[in-house]
Design a protein around this ligand. Structure first.
Ligand code: XIL
Length: 365
């Protein structure tokens, strides 16, 4: 696979010198007759050279909107990616604003788009402590009532997409950081620690074939939090609680990838679990004048390559999802002030060094 940069010296010279026309004759061609450079998309490279590993992207506000940016997004989406995750539309609050109302419209459109374009779709997320509706968090539920709400939710939502998704994030971020006790979420407070097991059993009952994932952040390397998740899933496997995989979110800082990712992935794989990198982004400092430095974007590019390479190396890993397409649409700047530019495309849909690095990896360069 030749990279476009090989052609750049030629473009930088006079076209006469490049085109080989003798005697200084004018051979300048109109721009639209210059042939397309022979590059393959990330998706094409993955499907031809690494068919085990899907490459996904979170889709949010730019999906099928009526503006120019959305059109660019929709063009790039099925060209470069063969998997997608609705970024917010399947979360409890957006999906179910009242106990009786399920707003499936947007997520349905995303899943239908994925099917029509031969892409996988991940369901994100059934049970979480954030983005829950007020009626749920403010209600004075008994334990039995809370179990009823949890189970009816999972039966409805997983049943709605039965047979259509590659994976569900059944439970997200159940552990605190640090010593990693279970987080005091609405579910933990109303039901107790068995809410996790109940959620997985309910999901399996509603769809017998979809892969069921536990998903979390700061569990990508060895440490107290990934130990807690490991112990939870080891116990589930030992007792036959239905769980198929562990989702590692991978919201990283450039230059600070955990050094023990490979060992950590290997130990989860040894439990018989699949692994997906579910929300990859790699943020850099953006507060200096002029924004992100070239050096930080180069580090980011290497880090992207390293994460994708880990998934290629570890047999149990079958998907890497980046958490958004462009730097302008990422959750990062709003959540981590002074940091951003964490994705593969800049704000104007130009591929960044990180994109080129991933493409080089997939192409075998
Ligand atoms: C984020 C979305 O990207 C934002 O649009 C939203 O406002 C908040 O949630 N961990 C998760 C994701 O599991 O669902 C979060 O997504 C990012 C952190």
């Amino acid at each position: 696979m030749r990279s476009p940069s090989r052609f750049l010296p030629c473009l930088a010279l006079t076209l006469a010198a490049c085109g080989g026309g003798g005697g200084g004759e004018q051979i300048v061609k109109p721009i639209d007759t210059i042939p397309q450079l022979p590059t393959q998309s990330l998706r094409q490279l993955a499907e031809t050279r690494h068919p085990r590993v899907a490459i996904g992207v979170a889709v949010g506000g730019l999906f099928q909107s009526s503006n120019a940016r959305s059109q660019q997004f929709m063009t790039i989406l099925p060209r470069e990616f063969n998997a997608l995750t609705p970024e917010n539309d399947l979360k409890f609050g957006p999906l179910r604003p009242t106990r009786e109302t399920y707003n499936y419209t947007r997520a349905d459109a995303m899943v239908a788009f994925a099917r029509a374009n031969n892409m996988k779709a991940r369901g994100h997320v059934l049970v979480w402590h954030q983005q829950n509706p007020g009626w749920l968090t403010n209600g004075t539920w008994t334990r039995d009532q809370a179990i009823q709400i949890l189970e009816e939710h999972i039966a409805n939502v997983v049943g709605h997409y039965r047979g259509q998704l590659a994976a569900w994030d059944v439970v997200n971020e159940a552990f605190e950081d640090g010593a990693a006790p279970l987080r005091q979420s609405v579910w933990m407070q109303r039901i107790g620690r068995d809410y996790i097991e109940r959620a997985f059993r309910a999901a399996r009952a509603a769809d017998p074939t979809v892969a069921l994932y536990y998903n979390d952040y700061n569990i990508e390397g060895l440490g107290a939090k990934s130990d807690s998740v490991y112990e939870l899933l080891r116990d589930f496997k030992a007792r036959g609680v239905p769980v198929d995989g562990v989702g590692m979110q991978a919201h990283f800082i450039a230059g600070q990838l955990p050094a023990t990712m490979r060992q950590n992935m290997d130990r989860f794989a040894a439990l018989g679990l699949k692994i997906q990198i579910t929300e990859l982004d790699i943020r850099v400092p953006t507060s200096s004048v002029g924004g992100a430095s070239a050096a930080s974007l180069a580090t980011q590019a290497q880090n992207y390559r390293d994460v994708f390479n880990l998934c290629l190396q570890v047999q149990a890993c079958d998907m890497v999802v980046v958490w958004g397409m462009t730097d302008a649409d990422s959750w990062v700047p709003g959540t981590f002030p002074g940091q951003g530019d964490a994705l593969l495309y800049d704000a104007f849909f130009n591929p960044k060094p990180a994109y080129t690095a991933v493409r080089g990896l997939l192409a075998g360069n």
